[in-house]
Unconditional design. Structure first.
Length: 250
């Protein structure tokens, strides 16, 4: 079956199994990690968006129609759960924000505070209308590029590569671990006041949260019968993050 899911071009070159999954984790994870760390210094996240776009198109490059259906790129079977998925993502983001704020306040050890510093905003005080415009713009971007790209890759192609060998549940642990560890580049390893630092306990909270989020997104995919459940859940999380950043940090 592993050969039948790949496009004909790849069938004599690759095998769709856990080894390909590990290769994809490294192929995307290492460059992304480096690019995000560099962007934390320069403030230029353009290359990060390109990485998300490459993740987005990976299933269409590697897999044929049968393969894309296998990983969940298909019509949802339960539309009600699309709404639930969005609410689950938003609610978990709220839990992460409240937890981080109670533990770390508005210090740099708060992942939301650190991530908010990556956003380039107009100088001067934000008016209500300008804040709404910026919130809407950042939200639409955040609900599109990374949710589709990361879910197509992690809950899609990478997850699917582990299923035949390990089963659905264990496969979700592999894609969740890869997803959570790569987010250390976004927070945990931080660049602040001209130097690098590693915040052990805040990083542990952040990575654990990303792992739990991954497991929730896997459940959303299962309940909708489609990768779009995970995408919508991820979009809900990012929407929540934009809300907390724009209306409780800025």
């Amino acid at each position: 079956m592993d050969k039948q899911l790949l496009r004909s071009f790849w069938q004599n070159i690759l095998t769709y199994n856990w080894k390909l999954g590990i290769l994809l984790i490294l192929l995307f994870g290492i460059p992304r990690f480096i690019i995000v760390l560099e962007a934390n210094i320069s403030g230029n996240y353009g290359l990060v968006s390109i990485i998300f776009m490459l993740m987005w198109i990976t299933p269409f490059i590697l897999l044929n129609k049968k393969g894309r259906t296998y990983i969940g790129i298909r019509k949802p079977q339960n539309y009600k759960w699309l709404l639930y998925s969005f609410l689950i993502g938003s609610a978990f983001c709220s839990f992460m924000f409240v937890s981080s704020y109670l533990l770390f306040g508005d210090s740099i050890s708060n992942s939301f505070v650190y991530i908010s510093k990556s956003y380039t905003l107009p100088t001067g005080e934000l008016t209500a209308i300008n804040k709404l415009i910026l919130f809407t713009t950042f939200s639409l971007t955040g609900m599109t590029f990374s949710p589709i790209g990361e879910e197509f890759l992690y809950r899609g192609v990478i997850h699917g590569s582990f299923v035949e060998r390990f089963g659905e549940q264990k496969a979700s642990l592999f894609d969740s671990l890869a997803f959570s560890v790569t987010h250390l580049a976004h927070f945990g390893i931080i660049y602040n006041l001209g130097k690098w630092d590693f915040l052990f306990f805040p990083a542990l909270l952040w990575v654990s949260g990303m792992f739990i989020l991954s497991q929730l997104l896997f459940r959303c995919k299962q309940m909708t019968g489609s990768i779009w459940g995970a995408v919508i859940g991820h979009a809900g999380y990012n929407f929540g993050m934009m809300y907390w950043i724009f209306y409780h940090i800025f």
